[in-house]
Design a protein around this ligand. Structure first.
Ligand code: SF4
Length: 486
């Protein structure tokens, strides 16, 4: 049986997909790059933004009727946590036939126990040393609707349950051979090498160092979708990095919802920086409150640690930051920016900002513009606030900023960003940097620098895709730089 994975979402999904591939290829399935020849298409979804959930419906239409569909990712976990089991008793048997499952696994002696929703509410493991893992009680309205429309949807599974896939698959009729040794929790799965790059080249690998989040920012679905924070052991992270580098990867990106909260974050950076073959190390996303001076010092002393920090500030208003439960003030954000700017190496800073959060006044928004001017950000990923069901903001705050105002604030922020980007990029003219070649189109070469700026070069010589070359900036426009090969 051949499977293909379609990744709908963020960088974290690429790391998840590598783990799915590892578990399945260890139990009889083979991976194919070609979607058309796959027997099973696995959707690895994201639910941080509503847009990603919408994408799946469109993409499902492209799947051939004889191809089975499995769906996993944040979207599943988020929806599982929102469902009301007690109201769904009657639908269970019908949906079970369609591949929606209701079971528990006891980890000490792995065995699937089928349960009705009544039994789920009262189930207690008999053995107190065995942990019970709940799996795939996936019969919420969204999944119900999808399975009604697409009879080839066979399975929903939580990313957290990837390690239990062999058991699940046996239960639904696949004759899967597996070694009980490989049945483990997500955090212990050693991924096989997989092209986890989100680019056209395959020289970048994404490695999760932690999963989940304990911060519970009021607008965010992640703690519900991915669960509470867990940290991967440093040995496993370094081992995974070595494996990627052996396969020719040049750039490693460490991932975590709050990546710099890993208790051994500095040690992880130092260990990976020592590895042979590494040319660039990046990480995302850090949180202002968890930066240590040691990490900033590494940005100054270690040329391979990229001179770029993507740090989500979300707002420049203390009132909005408080309502978001971000745990810092605008002044603290500015102090943090000062700490970066005081390094003896120029660091590019990018951020995320949400506009139109509940009760955001014009004054609040002006304070955000003030923070943005202060930070001179190179890029801002602007989100227009929309409530995500299940979050505290959805439950407690009224989405009371009208669409016109939200769009107006987004546009004004975008205008400011364009000015800052033009100014920052013009300061780059004459500098020499390195670039990863991502795409070549006739005599135009596209890529990005070590400080994560998009670049375009017109050149007669064509370097290999994925190679790292030295370049000299010749011109700058908003969001893009023009360079020549140095
Ligand atoms: S830090 Fe806040 S925004 Fe980031 S993942 Fe955690 S809860 Fe979400």
């Amino acid at each position: 049986m051949k499977f293909h994975i379609i990744i709908l979402g963020c960088q974290m999904n690429y790391a998840d997909s590598a783990r799915i591939k590892s578990v399945l290829t260890n139990c009889w399935f083979s991976y194919t790059e070609n979607e058309q020849e796959a027997d099973i298409i696995i959707f690895d979804t994201c639910s941080v933004r509503q847009k990603s959930e919408d994408k799946i419906t469109g993409k499902l239409k492209e799947i051939k009727p004889n191809q089975k569909v499995w769906i996993t990712g944040c979207m599943i976990q988020h929806n599982l946590r929102n469902q009301k089991l007690k109201d769904e008793n009657k639908k269970v048997p019908e949906l079970l036939k369609k591949g929606n499952f209701l079971w528990a696994i006891q980890t000490k002696a792995p065995e699937i126990i089928w349960l009705t929703s009544d039994e789920i509410n009262t189930f207690n493991t008999q053995d107190s040393t065995s942990k019970t893992v709940w799996i795939n009680h996936a019969f919420n309205p969204l999944f119900h609707k999808l399975t009604q429309k697409r009879s080839n949807i066979e399975l929903f599974f939580r990313i957290d349950d990837t390690g239990f896939l062999p058991l699940i698959l046996n239960k639904i009729g696949y004759k899967v051979k597996y070694d009980e040794e490989i049945i483990n929790e997500y955090i212990n799965i050693i991924p096989e090498w997989f092209n986890t790059s989100m680019n056209n080249h395959n020289k970048t690998a994404y490695i999760p160092i932690s999963t989940g989040c304990n911060q519970f920012c009021s607008y965010c679905i992640v703690p519900y979708a991915r669960g509470l924070e867990k940290h991967l052991p440093i040995e496993q992270i370094v081992q995974e990095a070595k494996q990627h580098l052996l396969h020719g990867v040049k750039e490693i990106v460490l991932l975590g919802q709050i990546v710099n909260k890993h208790p051994q974050f500095v040690e992880i950076l130092k260990e990976i920086l020592k590895l042979e073959g590494l040319e660039r190390l990046r990480y995302t996303s850090p949180y202002p409150n968890f930066y240590t001076p040691e990490v900033l010092a590494l940005h100054q002393s270690e040329p391979k640690l990229c001179p770029h920090i993507h740090i989500p500030f979300q707002s420049g208003s203390d009132a909005v930051l408080k309502a978001m439960y971000r745990g810092y003030t605008a002044n603290q954000a500015k102090t943090f920016i000062n700490n970066i700017r005081s390094l003896k190496r120029s660091i590019s800073i990018t951020t995320d900002i949400i506009v139109g959060f509940p009760d955001e006044t014009e004054e609040d928004f002006l304070q955000t513009l003030d923070l943005v001017r202060y930070g001179k950000f190179d890029m801002i990923y602007i989100g227009i606030y929309s409530p995500r069901p299940g979050t505290l903001a959805h439950k407690n705050l009224k989405d009371n900023i009208d669409r016109k105002t939200k769009r107006d604030r987004r546009n004004r922020l975008n205008d400011l960003l364009k000015d800052l980007s033009t100014q920052n990029n013009s300061e780059e003219i004459g500098q020499t940097r390195t670039m990863i070649v991502d795409q070549i189109n006739e005599d135009w070469i596209y890529g990005y620098t070590d400080n994560m700026k998009q670049i375009i070069i017109k050149s007669d010589t064509q370097p290999a895709i994925g190679s790292i070359i030295n370049i000299k900036v010749t011109d700058g426009i908003p969001f893009k730089l023009y360079w020549e090969i140095a």
